[in-house]
Design a protein around this ligand. Structure first.
Ligand code: GDP
Ligand code: IMO
Ligand code: MG
Length: 422
């Protein structure tokens, strides 16, 4: 019993949804802690594919209570759609979902402002998911944002939205942004849903911890997209590591007993920004098609790169990762050649830690080592049956992560999982 955090170690889409789903079997509470509808977490249950953007993946497991924490930025329209979709699939959300009153609301104005900002960036576009994430977090830090709790107080909501819209009117006087009415109407349209699910998610969570419940914190994005430690400015606007999870859930970091880092067996990236280990053709196309590497939120093709051990080393060290979950090992089956990046040549030296600073990273050249390939593994359930080359590959990942192995995922379905033990 205790609190487990699940975090992505690369540029997102590592397969966190599937790993969280695996941990939720037997759990009591699942929590989304940061990010917003920029996340797309896929879980395949009995052949049905669910893509969750805001609701914790724990909703797919009966009796797990799901919390959307204070650190999340919430698109109410997306949330409503997701609740309806889950209901259509025959799963109950009523009484199982609590939205923190402290979470911030993504408004129509945030999406509009983001579009303007991206357009103004010209060829330095971030390639965001267009979900209004950056502007919403900016307003939170500027202390002018709208929180879920504000929607419960309609008498002052109009004034708050008015002052928020006013700041943008002054900033973007050359562009039409979004009216007070539009943003107010958006909030009021969803106020029935908010009334039903809003609550003190943090207190509920802390009580669950005291009661000895099994709790899963579901990270979103990946550590290389962290606003401080990622490839800034080509990052998201939240802290995607363990610190962001604790804070965004409303929990003392010392309560987190197990920190599971999720690493894909290769690297992918969607959106702009460096991917130093980008695969050459035909490998990139082959891996993208085999691994179905298209964004779960935007459908954009993901760039594919060789596994970067220095990135795993960096992310595990900064997050105190205690165990590793390796995903998509099956996608590399049957590749004609395989190589992994052990570190970088930089300024005449070999460095084995990833540089989370673009002015250094731009002068880093990946140093690769060839690795033997292996055949199909999608139906394996015991690590002892893995081909030697695949086992050795996972060992290389563990050496970099400097922790024990917990899971190996060998396919998208719930069952395609090798549990290595706790
Ligand atoms: P997340 O954002 O980290 O939850 O990951 P996404 O859901 O965006 O992307 C992961 C994709 O890989 C999804 O389509 C999953 O269904 C799929 N997936 C997860 N684990 C595995 C695996 O071990 N093998 C294969 N082939 N696909 C997987
Ligand atoms: P999950 O939780 C992959 C990327 C975007 C863009 C950058 C900034 O599914 O792993 P944003 O909309 O957040 O301002 O975009 O971050 N990005 C993700 N990439 N997976 C995600 O989430 C992502 N969330 C944001 O593509 O490069
Ligand atoms: Mg995703």
């Amino acid at each position: 019993m205790g609190v487990t955090a699940v975090i992505g170690l690369q540029w997102g889409d590592e397969g966190k949804g599937k790993v969280v789903d695996a941990f939720c079997q037997g759990a009591d509470v699942a929590v989304r802690c940061q990010g917003g509808a920029n996340a797309g977490h896929t879980v395949v249950v009995d052949g049905k594919r669910f893509i969750l953007h805001l609701v914790p993946s724990g909703i797919l497991t009966e009796n797990v209570i799901c919390l959307v924490g204070n650190g999340v930025v919430v698109d109410l329209e997306v949330l409503r759609g997701e609740i309806e979709e889950i209901g259509r699939a025959g799963l109950k959300t009523s009484g199982r979902l609590v939205l923190s009153t402290k979470a911030h609301v993504v408004l129509p104005i945030h999406k509009r402002v983001e579009a303007i900002q991206e357009q103004k960036r010209g060829d330095r576009k971030i390639g965001t998911t267009k979900r209004g994430i950056g502007p919403c977090y900016s307003d939170k830090c500027a202390r002018v944002g709208i929180r879920v709790g504000d929607i419960l107080e309609p008498s002052t909501l109009a004034e708050k939205i008015g002052s928020l819209c006013g700041t943008y009117r002054d900033l973007h006087n050359d562009q039409p942004v979004s009216s007070i009415d539009e943003n107010l109407e958006h909030c009021l349209r969803h106020s029935d849903m908010v009334k039903e699910i809003a609550g003190d998610a943090g207190s509920l969570l802390r009580r669950s911890v005291s009661d000895g419940k099994e709790i899963i914190l579901e990270g979103s994005q990946g550590f290389l997209l962290d606003v401080d430690h990622g490839t800034y400015p080509y990052v998201t606007s939240s802290s995607t590591g363990i610190h962001g999870l604790a804070n965004g859930a409303g929990l003392a970091p010392t309560e987190i007993g197990r920190i599971v880092g999720v690493a894909k067996a290769y690297t992918t990236r969607v959106g702009a920004g460096p991917l130093p280990t980008l695969m050459e053709e035909p490998f990139q196309t082959e891996v993208r098609e085999r691994g179905k590497e298209y964004g779960a939120t935007t459908g954009r093709p993901r760039r594919c790169g060789w596994l970067d051990l220095s990135a795993i080393r960096y992310a595990c060290a900064l997050n105190g990762v205690t165990s590793l979950a390796v995903t998509k090992l099956d996608t590399l089956s049957g590749l004609e050649e395989l190589k992994l990046c052990e570190g970088y040549d930089y300024g005449g030296n070999f460095v084995n830690a990833f540089a989370g600073d673009l002015h250094i990273l731009k002068d880093c050249t990946p140093r690769y080592v060839a690795h033997p390939t292996w055949g199909e593994i999608g139906n394996l359930t015991d690590s002892k049956d893995l081909p030697v080359a695949a086992s050795r590959y996972v060992e290389r990942m563990l050496e970099a992560a400097a922790c024990r192995l917990e899971l190996i995922s060998v396919g998208p379905s719930r069952e395609q999982l090798i549990r290595v033990g706790r």
